[in-house]
Ligand binder design. Structure first.
Ligand code: CP
Length: 312
């Protein structure tokens, strides 16, 4: 079987993505049927950057499938500290594991690894570039809770410049008819030019860029909030100036439609007040649960263990 990597949402066709989301839903409904699918398989988690959800949900996913996990959660515990390259590391890991999830602060590092790998490499977040498994989580959440992926007005709010979850989700959603975006951010944190031009404009996707959250809220089907990420700023003063640009609270939620979803890749800092957590429209903790099913489906798909998969 040819090795398939998952570095960007566009590595799966629309049909493959649809099949993966259907598999994830089936896993949710029939978990016992999948409990031994990955018996004797190993996942390596190579995390050169901190993570709670992504790493642990990958570990939970592989264990739920009957497999085991090796890896590191901190590059300082690995031979990266001695100067070992990502290319050499993945050659080593290919001898130990059947599949690998890699998070790295440098954009493109998982792609470099994939070029030298004998096992599927999954991008678990590369710098400010992409976070495609968060996107699988987001797509599954939207499909389950909205009932569709088409004809949606999606608000994205916060750090749209460095927000890799935002970049990946925009990339994934443009294939669905009737999707439009309201991009809500300070001027300094607007989406990068390549997203505006190569992804949105070149595909004729309707979008507007605004700075006011309250004005945008009434027209949204879903609001995707993001954190202003301290770790992506070179200048602490700039971060402090930007960090509380948007705070969604119970009062602002009164402006939103009754069926608008509030999503967030998490972790949150101040951008969603805890008084929103009990609002039935706030689905960011459900989103975390869907992340496990999405990653189980991805592991199965890349390992060729989904009998109905079109991948070969
Ligand atoms: N959503 C997400 O990537 O969270 P972690 O950084 O905790 O993995």
């Amino acid at each position: 079987m040819q090795i398939r990597h998952f570095l960007s949402p566009s590595d799966l066709s629309e049909a493959e993505l649809d099949r993966l989301l259907t598999l994830a839903s089936d896993i949710e409904e029939n978990p016992d049927a999948y409990a031994h699918v990955c018996d004797r398989k190993k996942l390596a988690t190579l995390f050169y950057e901190p993570s709670t959800r992504t790493r642990l949900s990958f570990e939970a996913a592989m264990q739920n499938l009957g497999g085991t996990v090796i890896g590191f959660s901190d590059a300082s515990q690995s031979s990266a500290t001695k100067g070992e390259s990502v290319s050499d590391t993945i050659r080593i890991i290919s001898c130990y594991a059947d599949i690998c999830a890699m998070r790295h602060p440098k954009e493109g590092a998982p792609m470099v690894a994939a070029g030298k790998s004998r096992i599927p490499v999954i991008n678990a977040g590369d710098g400010g570039h992409q976070h495609p498994t968060q996107t699988l989580t987001d797509l599954l959440t939207i499909r389950k809770l909205k009932g569709r992926l088409d004809h949606l007005t999606i608000g994205m709010c916060g750090d749209l410049k460095f927000g890799r979850t935002v970049h990946s989700l925009i990339n994934a959603m443009i294939v669905y008819p009737g999707v439009s975006f309201v991009l809500i951010s300070p001027k300094e944190l607007r989406v990068p030019d390549y997203i505006r031009k190569n992804v949105l404009q070149d595909h004729g996707i309707p979008f507007e860029e605004v700075t006011n959250l309250e004005e945008a809220l009434p027209k949204l089907d879903l609001l995707y909030m993001t954190r202003v990420q301290r770790e992506r700023f070179f200048n602490e003063e700039e971060y402090i100036r930007m960090k509380d640009s948007y705070i969604l609270d119970r009062k602002k939620m009164e402006l939103a439609p009754k069926d608008m979803l509030v999503m967030h890749p998490l972790p949150r800092v101040n951008e969603i007040s805890v008084d929103v957590d009990d609002d039935p429209r706030a689905v960011y903790f459900k989103q975390v649960q869907y992340g496990v099913y999405a990653r189980m489906a991805l592991i199965m798909t890349l390992l060729g263990l989904d009998p109905k998969s079109k991948l070969s």
